[in-house]
Ligand binder design. Sequence first.
Ligand code: C2E
Ligand code: CA
Ligand code: CA
Length: 907
Amino acid sequence: MNQNRQPAGAPALRRRWHFLLWPALALLLLLGWWTYTVIGVRREMAHAEQAANKDAAAFAEAYEQYITRSLAQMDQVTMQLKQSWEQSGGTLDLALLRRDGMFTDSAFVDVTIYDATGRLRSSTHRHHGADSVQSQDFFTHHQNNNSTALSIAVPRDQTGTSQSTVQFSRRLDGPDDTFGGALVLTVQASYFTSFYSSRTLGRNGLVALLGDGGNLRLERHGASATGLEDSSLLRQRPALEPDEGVRMLDGEQGFRDDRTRIMAWHRSSAYPVVALVAMDSGEALAAAMEVRAARHRNALLATVLLLPLSLWAAVLARRTQRRKHEEEEVRRAYRTATESANDGFYMAAALRDADGEIVDFEVVDCNERGAYFYGMRREELIGKRLSDSDSGVFGSALFETYVAAMASGFYEDDRQMPEDNRLKISWGHRRLVRVGNGLAITLQDISERKAHEEDLERLANQDALTALPNRHWLNHFLPGALAGARARGTAMALLFIDLDEFKHVNDTQGHAAGDMLLRQAAARLKSLLRPGDRVVRFGGDEFIVLLDPAESDAQVAAVADRILKAFTRPFEVGEESQSVGASIGISLFPRDGEDPESLIKHGDIAMYSGKSEGKGQYRFFDPALYTRLKSRARLKHQLFEAIEGDQLQLYYQPRVDTRTGVLCSMEALVRWVHPELGLIPPLDFIPLAESSGLILQIGEIVMAKACAQLAAWQAKGLPLVPVSINVSPKQFAHGNIHRQLAVHLARHQVDASLLEVEITESAMMGEQDEIIAELAAIRDLGVKLHVDDFGTGYSSLSQLQKLRMDVLKVDKAFTSELCNSQEGRVFFQAIVSMAHALGMSVVAEGVETLEQLRALQELECNEVQGYYVARPMPPADIEVCMRRRLLFPNPTDAAQPALRALVRIGA
Ligand code: C2E
Ligand code: CA
Ligand code: CA
């Protein structure tokens, strides 16, 4: 487990910060953007500045050339005037010259010539106050300086303020190079500053012409809004070294309007002046600044947009991450919980189409155990889809179950895994719980438990002795089989088989032998059937065979016949071979019953009725059998009532001495005196009493009544003879006859020698020791023992002697054979002589004719009983016999004529 979790921990930790990816990316992007913007803007600004500088320098140079040219023009004009003046000898009329078209340019304010005393000599314009200029600067300059070079000056009253005119003056030479006066050319200052153009220098541009001396300072600028139109913008004369250059001049130190400007200057090569050009840096760099602003705006916009967006993305990512984390937690919890519990655990995510319908599932997690069940490792199973791996093995069943679990939230069942050698599990208990958009599935390996259950089921469904399916199996199998037959519209046959003599084998040979026989019987049955047919051990010696389908009665009869034939062959049981036949009852679906219960019941009834009419046959169910059975049930109920209501009575049949015909004993025979049906003979109810267990009560009633009767006769003083009572094998099997006899004899104070017990041969077989003990106990009471129906069973005389039986009652079948064949007579003779040899007396039953009597007399049979002598009769009638003693019916048959009178009693 730890192995799995450890490596998973590190990526999980890394994943934890994944949600910051978006903001981080955004920050990085913005950083790049801003860097790019700032650098780009800076570069562009530098470019723009450079370009502006270059422009300014060019303008300054151009301005300087313009100035130099203009000054050269002034220089030349003044030079020519001087010459003309000097050549004219002081007669040159400037006004005339002007009229002739000279100095007409508006820039020329005035041209005046002064003589050496400063008096005006000639002028282009009329001077009003024609004062001497002797004291003026230009005049004193030329008076004291014999240079003829052009002097440039600004009228004194203008220095320091806005200068509107400029004076160009030149010395006039008198004869002998004496001072001859001065020539003054006054020009509009604007003439030199007209270079300024707002188109090239901007609205806040500036041109200035600065003389070296500091007094010349012409300026023109576009500071329209500043209110400084007329005054100078320059705060002071800036330092203009070297002769030409460009520099940025801070508004605070340089310009009165506080604007920063790019300033370029160029010194005139010919005159002591510097031309200066300045451009408002704001204006010069406006385009660049606009670009800069736009770029900043964009960057800002990007920042404003990207940052919240990325934060939002981060929040979303964090949220999904947390959800995933929670899911992972759930998974891990499940995995941890199930890993140790040996269960398989899976997380399957539902995959949906555009409409949200689930179309598939994907294993997103599982534990090693879970993967092992599918013959895979965890890594292999994770990521598998239901559709791609499992459809071959599972069909679409899994998908439907999963979808159902998604819908209901929970699903649980036991599931048999399909046959597939990849699977390591054959039965699983699965539990599906919906978790979010998926399922948490646990799969518990219950293969062993199921195998165990199957074992148990097999055991429960199988008969341990014969390995055939048992009754329990049949109860589960039949409903489905019938439904199948119903669906197919076919018939089915149920053969109810009962072994005829099994009980005898079990009783005489012991249970081990019985078991051996049953095993062989099962094998024999199985060998006779088609593969689709079934054999079931229904219980004891009962088997059921199912023929599915049953084609016809004839076919079913043929199968039944085959089975009967097979059972006529003896079975090898230990040393001996035993013959047991079988009886078969057949019920057909749907004719004889549509449900398992009635089919089995009707098979049983058919078998039973067949058996009661003779063993070793098969019989189809017939509704009449059923009504007979129902009447049996009714009879049983009535018999019960008969016991309660004292409807049972005893009849007595005399036994006489064969030779003399003298009454020597009687047999008590039970009768049912039914209030409506009248007298019912024992053969009509004793078998039912035996099969229902009522015989035990009836037996005791007989005992009690016989004793009571003897006591009554005794009380009446009648000559008593012993009375024999019949004891059923069922009673005998209970083993307490001697105790009951003792009780009743004692209660009625009857001598034990007056009571005798008749037991059939078959009752004496079986568990030898107990039989011997019971018989001995009866004998010890002083009660004699008769072997009833001798010759019909299998006992040998020596066996009977060993049991110390007193009387042999030879069955009436042998009596009737006596006169029919020589063998009959020989057989009877053998019995009589052997019985006598063994100390037993012999009674012949069912003597009906004189002939038989004669024969028996000859054979020296001790006693006879039969209709020839007397029929069974009620106590009142038998009392007559008791008194008469001699019972032979025909005097001629009798040995003594004296007995003739006593004939036909009870006939
Ligand atoms: P069982 O013990 O062999 O009794 C003799 C039966 O033969 C009697 O029939 C009797 O009426 C009949 N019988 C006597 N003489 C003749 C004859 O000459 N010819 C013919 N054909 N039959 C003769 P019953 O009374 O109907 O009894 C039938 C059987 O019922 C008895 O056979 C006995 O096995 C049984 N049974 C009768 N009473 C009792 C009883 O109290 N307890 C028990 N457990 N069984 C009884
Ligand atoms: Ca009898
Ligand atoms: Ca008998």
